[in-house]
Design a protein around this ligand. Sequence first.
Ligand SMILES: NC(=O)C1=CN([C@@H]2O[C@H](COP(=O)(O)OP(=O)(O)OC[C@H]3O[C@@H](n4cnc5c(N)ncnc54)[C@H](O)[C@@H]3O)[C@@H](O)[C@H]2O)C=CC1
Ligand SMILES: O=C([O-])CC(=O)C(=O)O
Length: 342
Amino acid sequence: MRTAATRAFSTSTANRTKVAVLGAAGGIGQPLSLLLKQSPLITHLSLYDIVNTPGVAADLSHINTSSKASKHIGIYVTGHLPKDGGLEEALKDAGVVVIPAGVPRKPGMTRDDLFNTNAGIVRDLATACAKTCPEAKILIIANPVNSTVPIVSEVFKQHNVYDPKRIFGVTTLDVVRASRFVSEVAGGRPEEIKITVVGGHSGATIVPLFSQTQGIKSLSKEQLDELTHRVQYGGDEVVKAKDGLGSATLSMAFAGARFTESVLRAAAGEKGVVEPTFVRSSLFEKEGVEYFSSNVELSPEGVGKIHPLGNLTPYEEELVSVAVSQLKGNITKGVQFVSESQ
Ligand SMILES: NC(=O)C1=CN([C@@H]2O[C@H](COP(=O)(O)OP(=O)(O)OC[C@H]3O[C@@H](n4cnc5c(N)ncnc54)[C@H](O)[C@@H]3O)[C@@H](O)[C@H]2O)C=CC1
Ligand SMILES: O=C([O-])CC(=O)C(=O)O
């Protein structure tokens, strides 16, 4: 977690932040909190779940990570359960809220099958955020991301605190997978291979743009088909291997910690921090799609510059058009859910 950049920015205590993790005792929440406990950019790690959080918090609070910049005050960890206003306490003064709360898939399910359970969980947590920490950056991991991001946005609109720059769908795992899978086929160090992945976060809405990465343009059509399918359905590989015990947790914690750290680095003033993320975007607005994932330069306010997709091959253009048509339905479903629950 400690890159040269984070070391440079960790010298200022002014920019250090309270980060709340909602769903902190879950499969993603626990390893994500462990990774975040190592960030020099966090002063207070606030953990909330409907079960088991005090234990997770007590355990993490024994880790001797501390920042010299804060005069040896380590990251302060607290754990909250719903009783006695625990959620409000967890969110009070948070600068960043990460939401992995919600149920994961079992074999045979799509991410959209999680909507009925997770939409209500995310709506209620977003309501608490809109009331308690309306200026926090909200990082949404809970699936289906293509619908939960519009849900959070609609809730914030209802409370008149909506700023599209501060609401992010976490799609980092798609680029983490893409670079790993490409390295297995084409060689190279996966951590150095950058693949642009755009669209959304489920099946055919996930579109890797392999043509934009130098050195792998010579993939055969068969390799391209296989790699594209593997990135689009990488989540299914894990769901199948876990055989009823959930979906990706450890790789997601890695990806979620990377994205959170990037948001914090940009908030601390670092320039040139670019991550893919599913945000309010004008890229496909004309086609009626208000949210889209693409590379975004992060800024102190949150979303900075949304990068255009760049040159696409006809193969990629076709994938993007399928993604756009599916996203429309996913987004509408989230928006309608909030308007119908009023
Ligand atoms: N964006 C992405 O790339 C990925 C998203 N996910 C999604 O992340 C979510 C969580 O997955 P896991 O951690 O594996 O599930 P899990 O079931 O292990 O953990 C979820 C946690 O959320 C908690 N929770 C449920 N309702 C809550 C509420 N109202 N308030 C606070 N906490 C609540 C549960 O008690 C549990 O501890 C799932 O929806 C999954 O599909 C998973 C992998 C990748
Ligand atoms: O596949 C799932 O349900 C979890 C997920 O979003 C992923 O692993 O990309």
